[in-house]
Design a protein around this ligand. Structure first.
Ligand code: SAM
Length: 225
């Protein structure tokens, strides 16, 4: 059966080992450090008294940097096991940090909206149609800013993937997006790109997009909202 990102993390052992497995090697630590720096830049214009919704929050890795900056964070994740780790890690921020188990694809009736949203390290695990569904849910919770992270599928990155495969390196994510697909994803979720950051573009597909709400696109018709 295919790997299912909605089920995989609903497991205590997997949740408990997530950070160690991904971010304890030297490369992992460098990546983690640089990613946190970019996330800080992405929210650079947002006043520090605002509330950011982090979907999916996972183990609270990126929520932590936002809390350190002074923001309040509301964490949503489909896995209570991942949120349990996040609550333990961020216990000292309990006044500023709240959690909720929820499916990003079912957020349209959510009773609360937030000042901004973060959606990191998840979209690339779904086919584009599901990415749109996911991001629409996240975007519906934000009053303005939405920051996403994705994996870019360019000619150079396709070449790099081939080399990685030949060298039997760690498997790449399943659904990176081309520039055109990224535009479709954003506009279908009612988002407009403001700016983007790349991290180590020679060795990483990672891209970070700062977007704002404003446009909904269906079948290539754009409407202001
Ligand atoms: C790779 S982790 C990333 C977590 C965090 N954003 C980070 O960068 O460390 C992916 C997370 O997505 C969550 N997830 C998967 N599908 C989801 C869905 N439909 N709604 C909410 N969370 C979901 C998983 O439970 C997991 O915690």
């Amino acid at each position: 059966m295919d790997w299912n990102p909605e089920q995989h993390y609903k497991n205590q052992t997997i949740a408990g080992e997530y950070d160690k497995k991904r971010f304890s090697s030297i490369a992992g630590r460098v990546f983690n450090y640089l990613e946190k720096r970019i996330i800080t830049k992405c929210f650079g214009e947002l006043p520090k008294d605002k509330i950011i919704v982090d979907v999916p929050c996972g183990t609270g890795r990126l929520a932590e940097i936002l809390l350190e900056q002074g923001y309040k964070v509301h964490a949503i994740d489909i896995s209570d096991e991942m949120l349990t780790i996040a609550r333990q890690r961020l216990a000292k921020y309990s006044d500023h940090f709240t959690t909720e188990v929820g499916d990003a694809k079912q957020l349209d009736q959510h009773p609360v909206q937030y000042d901004a949203a973060l959606c990191a390290r998840v979209l690339m695990h779904f086919p584009l149609e599901q990415q749109i569904h996911f991001l629409r849910g996240v975007s519906s919770l934000s009053n303005g800013l939405v920051v996403i992270n994705h994996s870019l599928n360019s000619r150079y990155q396709r070449f790099r993937r081939l080399i990685k495969k030949l060298l039997k390196h760690q498997a790449s994510v399943n659904y990176p997006v081309t520039d055109e697909e990224l535009n479709t994803l954003l506009s279908s979720a009612g988002l407009k790109e403001i700016k983007r950051y790349r991290m180590l573009p020679i060795i990483s597909e990672a891209i970070y997009v700062v977007a704002s709400k404003g446009v909904i696109s269906d079948d290539n018709h754009h409407h202001e909202i």
